[in-house]
Design a protein around this ligand. Sequence first.
Ligand SMILES: Cc1cc2nc3c(=O)[nH]c(=O)nc-3n(C[C@H](O)[C@H](O)[C@H](O)COP(=O)(O)O)c2cc1C
Ligand SMILES: CCCCC(=O)C(=O)O
Length: 396
Amino acid sequence: MPPSKPPTKPPLSSLISTHDFAAAFPLAVPAKTVAFVTSAATDSLTCAANKEAYASITLRPRILRDVSGPIALSTTLLAHPVRSPIYAAPTSMGRTVHPEGEREIARGCVAAGVAIVVSTSASFAVREVLDVVGGRVPAFFQLYVDRDRHKSETVLREAVGAGVKGVWVTVDAPVIGKREADERAPLDEVEVTTPMSGAQAVRDAAGGGLGRIMGKYVDASLAWGDVAWLRGCLPRGMPVVLKGIQTAMDAVAAMGAGVEGIVVSNHGGRSLDTSPATILVLLELQRCCPQIFDRMEVFVDGGIMRGTDVFKALCLGAKGVGIGRGTLYGLGYGEEGVKKYIEILNDELETTMRMCGVTSLDELHPGLLNTRAVDHLIPSTVDEEHPFAKWRPSKL
Ligand SMILES: Cc1cc2nc3c(=O)[nH]c(=O)nc-3n(C[C@H](O)[C@H](O)[C@H](O)COP(=O)(O)O)c2cc1C
Ligand SMILES: CCCCC(=O)C(=O)O
């Protein structure tokens, strides 16, 4: 028998859903890249829960409301106009997927008219990515704070100088999560450098985990008081967003710290396994601290695979919806793939809106959802009366 030919990736024209992109990804990139991108922390329960929780919330479609007119998906993110609330969440080391990495993601975002968030651990310097953007869509900078704060200050100066519209500080990864598939996959298949963090991909005694090795610079001492330090590094008026809020208590604390936005995120389940699905955290914020939605922009990411998922997040108050792995699945097909991935979600969102009797984003509200199946999972208060807030370890 002749050796069987390795399967080749299907043509872009044949992909019609985000699931098609996810299935094609392993055929488009090296095995190490698949392990790095698709892996999640320990048992991947949160990664799965992010998706499953969307399925547990059902829609309450309204009928006979003349939805023949155009659908308006355009909105603003931190006051910057975009064609859709969907944006490219920050993802590191884009060159593991495509030689042009984040620059190619940027081209896809420009073509789709959506915002991009550039990671500190991008494969290109922030200016090289923003050169591609050319001011045509808003670009934000995701900051991992370096243990050497001078390095962070330099990177922030470069990001501001390059023209980013805000800084998103990641707060759900004081250390990088334990991703076993990434740890096990040999490191020698990919060449990785991250110019802004200056990290080197060198295997160590713990394994070949790209995320862990490249994330060693991240400062675990980061604390609430550092919001003032960050403000001091930025020009007046530059928005600050905390990425990785997972409880109403911290959402309220973020409001108290005076930031302009938060991202409800668990890093796509890559940080702490068994942390709650992000759509449930969004529901918790609606129940426990609805005032925050008037004071800050609330974004969400994690597990979004369908227009109905986007719709549910927007109904629960999200101003924007981030796509992490999906952007990289699209990147497997270059700029066109990124654009198509976003447009598939836009099309599905439009269909969902018409079916639910609405034609513009400002008509979305929680009443279009039935959350009964998950209500028992939602903590109901943020104050000290809450049993979790009172809980202390009985044995120290
Ligand atoms: C390969 C990969 C790299 C990532 N790198 C970063 C990063 O550098 N900074 C960050 O804040 N989040 C990072 N994330 C997390 C994403 O911003 C986002 O929170 C997450 O992927 C959303 O979940 P989803 O993949 O299910 O869409 C990364 C995610 C992936 C999959
Ligand atoms: C560079 C550190 C890790 C990047 C990251 O955030 C991720 O892989 O999820």
